[in-house]
Design a protein around this ligand. Structure first.
Ligand code: CO
Length: 134
């Protein structure tokens, strides 16, 4: 059976990166590992790793992306939680067989080779859940 291995990351959508970093980096003291533009997502992303996991801050840089619309509609806050699995295809089959609503019917492959897919919040206690297989 496919297994959930760990929380890979938690993604938070922010409207003001400097303000977000003043909390996550400066007040909490978490290390900012990388701050970079993610043109494919029309966003700027900050990575603050912890042992075995990571907090990601995502700030849209245009107003036409999905995440920009999310920010406009709901304001800053938790965007998704990412669960790392050992077998993403197997997990998606298992979820489909249990009637879980998926956003991506098939896993997608990121530029670095990671496979990922999103589960609809309607089936996940109101939380957008991302699946990753490294
Ligand atoms: Co993610």
């Amino acid at each position: 059976m496919p297994k959930v291995k760990r929380i890979n990351h938690v993604a938070i959508v922010v409207g003001d990166m400097d303000k977000a970093l003043s909390f996550w980096r400066d007040a909490l003291g978490m290390e900012l590992h990388e701050l970079r533009d993610a043109p494919a997502e029309k966003s700027q992303v900050a990575f603050l790793p912890l042992p075995g996991s990571e907090v990601e801050l995502v700030m849209p840089v245009t107003d036409d992306s999905g995440i920009a619309k999310y920010l406009a509609k709901r304001g800053p806050g938790m965007h998704h939680i990412c669960l790392e699995v050992d077998d993403i295809e197997g997990m998606m089959e298992q979820l489909k067989s249990k009637g879980v609503r998926l956003i991506n019917e098939e896993p997608r492959t990121a530029s670095d080779g990671k496979k990922y897919a999103f589960i609809h919040p309607d089936s996940a206690s109101g939380v957008l859940v991302e699946l990753y297989q490294m």
